[in-house]
Design a protein around this ligand. Structure first.
Ligand SMILES: [Zn+2]
Length: 277
């Protein structure tokens, strides 16, 4: 089930993409292959923009799991908002492959997956986008960046129950994460870090990235980082997962994928309990 009109990247014929440049299309080839053959996964970009004469799409995939007992739970999962962190996009490929083999893991869920939130930065191999901005400092500040406008609009429109963002940190030797939004976020991050801990050690430092941390959990965050709409009465849970960027790539992908599977299981359980109170 793929929309052939919505290729992740289309370079104009007059300026061919240099062979050396990293390609979003290649990065997402396996996800696109799954989408073409899947009953659960659809590929449909959420917007298109121009950068230096090239046209880019912001890739989006929707994985719909088997129907559960209650209302469908909508999660937004975001990766590679820093262009030099393809680990998150690769982890999402691994995660979706696991769901495709065992769709019951996603029972009750509609998963909105944004594997490359910074396509120009990914192509250029830079943390920032091609306009020189750290997109993870631009949210809810009336940013003019098209990537931010598309992603903010998704966050508004889809009214997610939960938001998960994947990162890879080259200054950390272990796993850690940020929590925000709903109070129960910490109850999800702890088991997620435990699951990821099967593949990589946790960062137990009392200060990580300049923030106070407890067992790898940070309760605050950067102004302008990817979050839900500000000041909601009932905010979604918000988790940011960080893997140590110097660890082997496959371990980072395994760690992120294990954390995501655990979040699905734990949040479904918490929702079921809440609906029965
Ligand atoms: Zn990052």
């Amino acid at each position: 089930m793929t929309d052939t009109l919505l290729n992740p990247v289309t370079a104009p014929a007059t300026s061919p993409t240099p062979a050396s440049r990293r390609s979003v299309e290649r990065l997402l080839a396996h996800l696109d292959f799954i989408a073409e053959h899947s009953r659960h996964l659809v590929s449909k970009s959420c917007g298109r923009f121009e950068s230096q004469g090239q046209s880019y799409a912001l890739p989006r995939y929707l994985f719909v799991g088997p129907k559960g007992g209650g209302d469908t739970i909508r999660l937004g999962i975001f990766a590679t908002i820093h262009g030099d962190e393809p680990e998150g996009a690769l982890a999402l490929t691994r995660f979706v492959s696991a769901l495709e083999k065992n769709p019951e893991l996603a029972t009750g869920y509609a998963l909105f997956i944004y594997p490359v939130c910074n396509p120009t930065g990914f192509e250029d191999g830079t943390r920032h986008n091609r306009n020189g901005l750290d997109l993870n400092r631009e949210f809810w500040k009336q940013s003019a960046e098209p990537e931010i406008r598309f992603l903010e609009s998704e966050i508004w429109m889809q009214a997610f129950h939960g938001i998960v963002t994947l990162h890879s940190d080259d200054t950390s030797d272990g796993l850690y994460g940020f929590v925000g939004g709903a109070v129960l976020s910490e109850n999800l991050l702890e088991p997620a870090l435990q699951a990821a801990g099967r593949f990589l050690p946790r960062n137990h430092s009392p200060v990580i990235d300049g923030f106070n941390a407890r067992s790898g959990i940070i309760q605050s965050g950067y102004h302008g980082m990817l979050k839900s709409v500000p000041n909601l009465d009932y905010p979604p849970f918000e988790l940011t997962l960080e893997t140590p960027a110097k660890a082997p790539l496959h371990r980072q992908a395994d760690a992120h994928a294990a954390a995501l599977e655990t979040i699905l299981t734990e949040f479904r359980y918490l929702q079921a309990v809440a609906q029965n109170i």
